[in-house]
Each structure stands twice: as C-alpha cells, then as structure tokens.
Design a protein around this ligand. Structure first.
Ligand SMILES: NC(=O)C1=CN([C@@H]2O[C@H](COP(=O)(O)OP(=O)(O)OC[C@H]3O[C@@H](n4cnc5c(N)ncnc54)[C@H](O)[C@@H]3O)[C@@H](O)[C@H]2O)C=CC1
Ligand SMILES: CCCCCC(=O)/C=C/C=C\C/C=C\C/C=C\CCCC(=O)O
Length: 258
C-alpha cells in the first residue's frame, strides 16, 4: 500500500512522535488530519506543514481522545474534508502515575475508542476502503517499567488489544490491519518532563535512570523512519514492532495452543 494520496489521521499529532509521524506521512504523499488537545501546538504545526506541503494536505482538529463526542466529530470532519480515511495512528499518550486513571483513560481507553470509531469508517464490509490502524504502545507494553506500573499496564493493554483486533479483523474480512509500535526511550516532552509524574514510585527514578543509561535514547524521527514498513506492507497485521536504539524487531509471543 503506497502512501501517496492516502488519507491519514494522527492523534497527539502536535508534538513528539505524533509530530514525526505526521511529517513522515506528508513527506510520503499522504494527506493528514492532526488531532490534538493542545490547540496551540497542533495549529501552529498544521500551519507550518500546510505552507510546506499545501494547505489542502493538512487539517488540524482540536480533539481530546478521552471524549467520545469530540472523537466522533473529528471523524465526521475528516470525512467531510478528505472523503475517506485509510490510515489511523492512535498515538496520543501521557505518563502520569499520580493521575493513573487518566493515564489508563488516554493511553488505553483512548486507543480502543479511536480504533472502534476509525473502523466504522474504514471497514470494507460497511462501505470503507480498508487500511491500517497503528497503535503507539511502548517497550513498556512488552516488559515492566518499574517506576511506572499504571503506564506499563496501559501499554500492555494496547499490545493485547492490537493483537486481538488484528486477528478479529482478519477473521471478519474488515480489510483493516492493526499493528502496534513499541519504542524504547524517545526524547520528547513526555520523556523530558517526567519529574513530578512518578507519584508514589518517585523513589525508583535512579533505577529507571540506570535503565535509560543502559538502553540509550532515540529521537522521534529515528523511531518513525522505521514505521513506514508497518504502514505499507500489506502482510503486516497484528504485529508488535519493537524499535530500540540499536535496531528493530517484530516481537514473537508464546503460542497458546500446545
Ligand atoms: N517518549 C517516549 O519515551 C515514548 C513514548 N511512547 C508513546 O508515544 C506516544 C507519544 O508520546 P510522546 O511523543 O513521547 O509524547 P509528547 O508528550 O511529546 O506528545 C504527546 C502529544 O499527545 C497530545 N495529547 C496528550 N493527551 C491527549 C489527549 N487526551 N487527546 C489528544 N491529544 C493528547 C499532547 O498534547 C502532545 O501533543 C504516547 O502514546 C507515549 O506513551 C512510547 C514509547 C516511548
Ligand atoms: C523500558 C520501557 C521503555 C518505555 C519508554 C516509554 O514508553 C516512556 C518513557 C518515558 C520516560 C521514562 C520513564 C521513567 C523514568 C523515570 C525516571 C528517570 C529519571 C529522570 C530524572 O530524574 O531526571
């Protein structure tokens, strides 16, 4: 599936990994709707990218992934403007162990909400033209990040949801692929502003720092460079793609059928 002419939407598009995803999609010829709750960041990015790629290629929508109403309205606006949707990147996320319910609400419930609404418009059985849904999980979806149990739980949830939806979509003939992206540590606001967000696990920051020092960090652009394959390769469905400073790999899981 080539990206030229495709219609994409990215949540949390205003900054960090979402911004890099948006720029990469535009660079490869897609039109992109930028969804973000941060109006200032999303609007100014959309204006800058509109000047670079054409105003008809970008659309900013102020939208909180926690709100069913705002997300439904966002999809309506995308369809009105671009007539379809082929690629949906469920990327918005936070890390806040003090506000752990909000972390689950945005990172996991927001992803499920986004996927189900996107599917209503993308499902080939209901008039959509198929496509791909990319869920940003994390390496914390594959193993524990000791200072962030709620964040870890949210990301394990995203990995499980993606794998189950990939299988459900294939078995049902929806024509929509589901893949999860699991980066290690990425230099973004989420990563840089961790102070004060670890709550009762603040005493574990040194242990987490050791892990960061051992693993290293990446830029958002370095992560997203590796993602094109996941979006374009039609054989990739239900995949969990691990991106770390030294390379990438598709994660394998134990078989449940012995
Ligand atoms: N930075 C890192 O080390 C890693 C981040 N991730 C994941 O990548 C995704 C993006 O994170 P970053 O780019 O690092 O963060 P970031 O903080 O740089 O950007 C997140 C964007 O999401 C938006 N956002 C937050 N809550 C929202 C909501 N309720 N509705 C709509 N938009 C919302 C923010 O306004 C911001 O523009 C998250 O899901 C995060 O968990 C995964 C692995 C590593
Ligand atoms: C091993 C899992 C990698 C997951 C990366 C991820 O999704 C997000 C990471 C974001 C930040 C790192 C989280 C916790 C680190 C805690 C403290 C580090 C010390 C920071 C400081 O004191 O300045």
């Amino acid at each position: 599936m080539a990206l030229v002419g495709k219609i994409a939407a990215v949540t949390g598009a205003g900054k960090g990994i979402g911004q890099a995803l948006t720029e990469t999609l535009l660079k490869n010829g897609a039109k992109v709707a930028l969804l973000d709750v941060n109006e200032a960041a999303g609007k100014s990015l959309a204006e800058a990218l509109g000047k670079q790629y054409g105003q008809d290629k970008v659309l900013f929508i102020n939208c909180n992934v926690e709100s069913d109403e705002q997300m439904k309205a966002a999809f309506q606006k995308i369809i009105e403007t671009f007539e379809a949707i082929d690629i949906f990147c469920n990327n918005a996320g936070i890390l806040n162990e003090t506000q752990w319910e909000k972390t689950i609400s945005i990172n996991l419930m927001g992803v499920i909400r986004g996927a189900y609404l996107a599917l209503e418009h993308m499902n080939k059985l209901t008039g959509g033209r198929g496509g791909v849904i990319l869920n940003t999980a994390s390496m914390a979806g594959l193993g524990p990040l000791l200072s962030c149990p709620a964040y870890t739980a949210s990301k394990h949830g995203v990995v499980g949801f993606t794998r189950a939806m990939g299988a459900a979509s294939a078995a049902s003939g929806y024509g929509v692929r589901f893949n999860a992206l699991c980066p290690g540590f990425v230099q973004t606001d989420l990563f840089n502003n961790i102070q004060g967000n670890l709550g009762q696990f603040s005493h574990l920051r040194d242990a987490a720092q050791l892990l960061i020092d051992k693993m290293g960090t990446m830029t958002a652009s370095e992560v997203v460079e590796c993602v094109i394959e996941l979006l374009t390769d039609e054989t990739k469905n239900g995949e969990v793609f691990y991106v770390y400073p030294q390379g990438t790999s598709y994660v394998t899981f134990p078989s449940m059928v012995k």
